[in-house]
Design a protein around this ligand. Sequence first.
Ligand code: DQA
Length: 154
Amino acid sequence: MSAEALQKLSILVLHGPNLNMLGRREPGIYGSLTLAEINSLLEREGEKLQAKVSSFQSNHEGALVDAIQEAMDVHHGILINAAAYTHTSVAIRDALLAVKLPIVEVHLSNIYQREAFRHHSYIADVALGQISGFGGESYRLGLQGLVNYLRKNS
Ligand code: DQA
């Protein structure tokens, strides 16, 4: 791949509801990093991987659907923590299917060690893979996996 192509990867990071409260929200489960700290960690990791990282958070399902639709033809892949919508949203799943972009799903907590209603994800089977349980590190690992996949397959 040419140096020019290497520069061109653009990744959208989507954060779902209540993730704007990270740092103050149930730190025993979600850790002490704020969303701003996670976003800047991802930007730095993106620089190392020569990928541009843009982040968006919303508490609203429709706003997340809009952001996914707008990613088509703009970004090469999506890293998503849909938070509670992971377990409920057919609309987010359908939007991800519609744009046909490579998706990696991430969660700070290990959703399989928690309540039964968190064990099902509407995103998992339309994603390349899922990383769950490593706190803020889940995002970094997810970004690395997504960029590596895109480098090999685009
Ligand atoms: C979460 C797990 C979800 O079950 C929960 O609703 C969240 C955060 C996580 O990152 O661990 O809001 O996606």
